[in-house]
Write a protein that binds this ligand. Structure first.
Ligand SMILES: [Zn+2]
Length: 100
């Protein structure tokens, strides 16, 4: 997966054996967190940072889709899954980052 969102997550939250939310060590199969509760907090934090939706380009068709950030983080995102999301429209208001 070459998605930039994932690159940023990896940089900010390198996979480790400590929960990124509470810092507890854990041996679960989870990549970042120790429990469902911490997982939800982790997702909320990322959604706050990246926004509720992310524009994802299907490189094969050239179409862009409106994908919930949560889905990307939780499931990873496969090319074939993109079609189930609504197509990205530029009429959808996108939060501007240039108003600082
Ligand atoms: Zn935790």
């Amino acid at each position: 997966m070459s998605d930039k969102l994932w690159d940023r997550i990896r940089i900010w939250y390198p996979p480790s054996s400590n929960c990124v939310v509470c810092g507890k060590g854990h041996l679960s199969g989870r990549l970042y967190t120790c429990s469902e509760e911490c997982h939800q907090k982790f997702i909320d934090r990322l959604v706050a940072e990246f926004g509720e939706y992310k524009k994802v380009l299907d490189v094969e068709t050239g179409r862009s889709y409106r994908v919930p950030t949560r889905d990307i983080i939780e499931g990873g995102l496969r090319q074939r899954d993109l079609a189930k999301y609504p197509e990205w429209s530029d009429e959808v208001p996108v939060r501007s980052k240039s108003n600082e």
